[in-house]
Design a protein around this ligand. Structure first.
Ligand code: NDP
Length: 246
């Protein structure tokens, strides 16, 4: 059972956390996979080695999502190494939390460079490389729709921005049958937001199911969006949030 057999995917920020889980899942479903990373070459290569050992092609590419040229280069390199690209998952992101009086303009720029401009650069790569019927998927956040703690203005704004972006991309890509969607996780146990960390104590009371998700939970939805059953799902924000919005 390999619903993505013959497909080729690029996952930005695939060395750890949700992105690594997505890379592993797309490969398990039959896809060849390229991942990008910025600071963890060893972890990126470990993900690649695991996928190759399981019988798929995989490659790790150093590319800072905050650098538009690096993103462009990484999409081109992924396409040439894998022989094309069918799926791009713009997952790389940062979470800088600080109340507005403490957050700096540099925090604003870093957040928007990686979480918004980097996603737009990946979308330009999608326009150039994806065939008809391709998939463009952004990992946003439920914080686009609800921010129940202090310090989240920059993060929430960046994730709301990509929600608007995929609506526009869905229109741009639609005539070619390429879909553009954003997956909006609630809290997921990763280095960014550990289930035993201080933020978890603040967030867990907002969850209807009071448990952190794992990367593989998000990867399951991304795999479905990548597959044939989701061909008419586009311009959508798909929330997987343990009831954070309920
Ligand atoms: P982690 O911090 O655990 O992992 C981040 C990943 O992105 C790493 O692979 C990292 O690479 C990569 N990355 C970070 N910055 C850059 C950059 N500038 N260029 C390229 N790659 C980069 O984060 P998560 O897995 O938790 O988050 C992944 C996505 O999911 C983010 O967009 C985040 O906002 C979103 N999200 C996370 C939630 C959570 O609770 N964890 C909830 C909702 C959304 P490297 O290892 O090389 O540093």
């Amino acid at each position: 059972n390999a619903p993505l057999a013959g497909k080729r995917a690029l996952v930005t920020g695939g060395s750890r956390g949700i992105g690594a889980a997505i890379a592993r899942r797309l490969a398990a479903d039959g896809a060849d996979v390229a991942i990008t990373y910025v600071s963890s070459p060893d972890k990126a290569h470990a993900v690649v080695d695991e996928i190759v050992a399981a019988g798929r092609k995989a490659v790790a590419i150093a590319a800072d999502s905050g650098d538009v040229r690096a993103v462009e280069r990484s999409v081109a390199e992924a396409a040439s190494t894998l022989g094309g690209l069918d799926i791009i998952v713009a997952n790389a992101g940062v979470a800088i939390f600080a109340p507005v009086d403490q957050a700096t303009i540099e925090d604003y720029e870093r957040t928007f460079d990686i979480n918004v401009k980097g996603v737009f650069a990946a979308a330009k790569g999608a326009a150039a490389h994806l065939p008809d019927g391709g998939r463009f998927i952004v990992i946003g956040s439920v914080n686009a729709d609800r921010m129940p703690i202090v310090g989240g203005s920059l993060y929430g704004a960046s994730k709301a921005a990509v929600q608007g972006m995929v609506r526009g991309l869905a229109r741009d890509f639609g005539p070619r049958g390429i879909t553009a969607n954003v997956v909006q996780p609630g809290p997921v146990d990763t280095d960014m937001n550990p289930a035993d960390g201080p933020i978890a104590e603040m967030l867990t009371p907002f969850l209807a199911i009071p448990t952190y998700a794992e990367g593989k939970d998000i990867a399951g939805l991304v795999a479905w969006l990548s597959g044939p059953e989701a061909r008419y799902v586009t311009g959508a924000a798909l929330t997987l949030d343990q009831g954070f919005l309920a």
